[in-house]
Each structure stands twice: as C-alpha cells, then as structure tokens.
Design a protein around this ligand. Sequence first.
Ligand code: HEC
Length: 97
Amino acid sequence: MKTIAVAVMTSAMLIAGAAIAQSGADLAKSKNCLNCHDMDKKKVGPAFKDVGAKYKDNKDAEATLVTKLKEGKGHPTKVAATDAELKTLVQYSLTGK
Ligand code: HEC
C-alpha cells in the first residue's frame, strides 16, 4: 500500500514539474512556432539559428524579442503566452536551449 502511495505521489510531482518548467523545444512545438520556424532551416520565418547569430552581440535581445512576440510588432503573429513562457521561447530561439 505504502509503495503505491509513493509511486502516485512521485508521478504527480513529475507531472507538476513538467507543467511548470516546459522546455523551450516543447513550448515551441505546442505554441506552433515550428509551423513557421525551424532550428536550422528558413521556413516562413528565419531559422532560430540565424536569429541567435543576429542577436549574438545584443544584450537587450531577450527583452526586445519578448516585446516583439508579445505585441506582434516586427513579428507576423502576436504570441499568446505568459511572460515566463515567452522568456523560455526567446531563449530557445536565441540559444536552441
Ligand atoms: C505565421 C508564421 C509564424 C509563426 C507561427 C511564428 N513566427 Fe516567428 N517569425 C515569422 C516571420 C515571418 C519572421 C520574420 C519577421 C521579420 O523579420 O520581419 C519571424 C521572426 C521571428 C523571430 C526573430 C525576430 C527578429 O527580430 O529577428 C523570432 C525570435 C521568432 N520569430 C520567434 C517565434 C516564436 C518563439 C514563435 C512561437 C511562439 C513564432 N516565432 C511563431 C513567422 C512566424
């Protein structure tokens, strides 16, 4: 009985953890970024690899891109995501992580 309770608790914790800290790659997929972007290839939008290269020396890159995506300025779509999710997505766009 005790073993089962521990197993249930552990999986509940794993699920909760995944919901809080979704990886950039998973978010990019679930937010449909990958319909228009790819890491290595230009599609409708630029390859994330090229975005990373473009913003390499820009220390405001993260803030700039979060605003762009959030407000749909300089980006064809307004991205519906929380600030934390946007941050993760932008980091993923810039670094692939
Ligand atoms: C409908 C297609 C489409 C979708 C969906 C889309 N993008 Fe884009 N994205 C583009 C296009 C087109 C550009 C190039 C815009 C430009 O340079 O004028 C772009 C540019 C970008 C840039 C670079 C902006 C810059 O300043 O160089 C980033 C970062 C980006 N997108 C991230 C994302 C993320 C993250 C998502 C998902 C939440 C996403 N995009 C969803 C089409 C899309």
